[in-house]
Design a protein around this ligand. Sequence first.
Ligand SMILES: Nc1ncnc2c1ncn2[C@@H]1O[C@H](COP(=O)(O)OP(=O)(O)O)[C@@H](O)[C@H]1O
Ligand SMILES: [Mg+2]
Length: 374
Amino acid sequence: MKIGILGGGQLARMMIEAVSKYDFRIYIYSTERNSPAGRLSHGETYGKWDDFSKLDKFIKKCDLITLENEFIDYHILEYIENSGVRVFPDSSVIKKIQDKFEQKKFLKENGIPVAEFCDAETEEDVIQFANEHKYPIILKSRTMGYDGKGNATVKSKDEIKDAFNAIAERGKVMCEKFINLKMELAIQAVRSREGEIKFYSPVETIQKNHICHLVIAPYNTETEQTEKIFDFAKTIVEKIDYVGVMGIELFLTDENEIIVNELAPRVHNTGHYTIEGSKISQFENHIRAILGYPLGDTELIFPYSVMINILGERNEKAKPQGYDLLFKSDNVFLHLYGKNETRKGRKMGHITVNGTDKNDTIKKALKSREVFNI
Ligand SMILES: Nc1ncnc2c1ncn2[C@@H]1O[C@H](COP(=O)(O)OP(=O)(O)O)[C@@H](O)[C@H]1O
Ligand SMILES: [Mg+2]
């Protein structure tokens, strides 16, 4: 089986780690030379997304193609599909999801609760939205936003001009009502080419500076909200005819309502714990799904699994240190993504801890992070 992945970052790398044991061949197309995934793959093609002669050669090597980020223009995916190789998730799905406004429209049309939103072509549109929905509101870039880059919170009319101009520099703008959050949650759903669907447990996610910091699995599975989350996830993957793993970010509001924040058409940072925390990881299940194989068991192995991201703290050459201290503990698992340069806030790796008590597992994860440096 020859699988191509568009993108050479850590998500692609962990897919390779998950399925190389089955002798599936993975080829990487990366805009960066010697990428984290490229180095573990059966071959890396280095080129721009629209370098069609390189893309053609890459397509010829692959039986099917998947992706690890939603920022590749869907026209590139259409080009691949037109040359006879299938892409999962396909161009029509990515087209809907890569524009946050289109994505929210799709969710709303299918009865999924989302924050009130509108398209904002001008500052006037923002003022009108704020008059209807009250401050604060959030301006979001419709495309290419990640880790909070592309969002701006606006607390009063005076702030609109600067915020609008800053976001408009990145692309088209949309507005959202600011939601008072009790908690941020996420779930990974997986749907195979055969239509089989499985879910991982919903998880609690804690962000620092808009970047995922800690993930705690599972989010209390006994509640009415969890049922809703499964319902929403099922509706979403079915209605969009999705194939693969999808990460779904959710909010638990102060009024205990569940609303969907955004969809990620790929394996997701909030599912990294599944590598050691669950029977079959999100990475293996993604590959099984796109190949049309039966999906693996998504159940947790321990009562709790906690993941903490290792973000860079300086700008310099990476120097991983602390293996000896980490390896002293049981049920602690380290992943480094093979990035040569550490940079402030850059995702360099993560640590997963499995345990039986929620608070102890969280404490152990925080401690493990402290003893490791990169
Ligand atoms: N409507 C909202 N109300 C309150 N907080 C929000 C809202 N939208 C986003 N946020 C906060 O900003 C973070 C990043 O926003 P998100 O839309 O997920 O963008 P990104 O693509 O950068 O992840 C969210 O995880 C949440 O903490
Ligand atoms: Mg997000």
